[in-house]
Design a protein around this ligand. Structure first.
Ligand code: GRF
Length: 207
């Protein structure tokens, strides 16, 4: 939901370090950027990402899954917090929970995720370790829409590749991929905010 003449209101879901959140916050503060992060929600009270939000003057919210009887109720609580702030786009950024269809339906076509591999290769946890174990020569990052099905399977918006170097560890490969993540995620949000993304079946057309 972009207000007339205003910027797209973005909500970010996090669980940890928040370096991708930081990239989005930094982009938000650039003149002319068409989106602004209005709320950051974490399922972990001590997530460093919440401190990043506070430092940037953005509302930081902890929602405790233990306060809810099941996954759907927790997800619906997230939906209601996001709607209360008139969020038009949700970005998951290192959010360590799988969102149910209660959430993905409420934000269909309005929720995106970043993943540290060139999907559909290596979905799920430890994507960098999976890439090293497989012996691939390139890996990278993907921004995609959230879908109702399995994790990391939604329509792909942007991808970037990096080489896998001899002697790479999970950490060195992750660091190389992160550089691309921090470039891709704000770019994907910008494209969405400018109305330049159309989902056509499995594909995303970028205008
Ligand atoms: C990133 O690699 C992201 O792609 C993955 O989890 C990591 C989160 O890192 N989903 P950060 O919290 O954004 O620093």
């Amino acid at each position: 939901m972009t207000r007339p003449g205003g910027r797209l209101r973005v909500g970010v879901l996090v669980s940890g370090r928040g370096s991708n959140l930081q990239a989005l916050l930094d982009a938000s503060s650039r003149p002319g950027y068409p989106a602004e992060v209005v709320v950051v929600i974490s399922d972990r009270e001590r997530a460093a990402a919440l401190d990043r939000a506070r430092t940037a003057g953005v509302e930081a919210l902890f929602v405790n899954a233990k306060d809810f009887g099941d996954r759907e109720s927790f997800d619906l609580a997230l939906v209601s917090e996001l709607n209360a702030r008139r969020v038009g786009l949700v970005c998951t950024a290192g959010f360590m929970r799988i969102l149910s269809s209660a959430f993905t339906r409420a934000f269909a076509g309005r929720a995106i995720n970043i993943h540290p591999s060139v999907l559909p290769a290596f979905p799920g946890l430890h994507a960098q370790r999976q890439a090293l174990d497989h012996g691939v020569k390139v890996s990278g990052a993907t921004v995609h829409f959230l879908s109702d099905g399995a994790v990391d399977t939604g329509p792909i918006i942007l991808q970037a590749t990096v080489p896998v170097e001899p002697g790479d560890t999970e950490e060195t490969l992750a660091a190389r991929i992160l550089v691309e993540e921090h470039r891709l995620y704000p770019e994907a949000v910008r494209l969405f905010a400018e109305g330049r993304l159309t989902i056509a079946g499995r594909r995303v057309i970028v205008r």
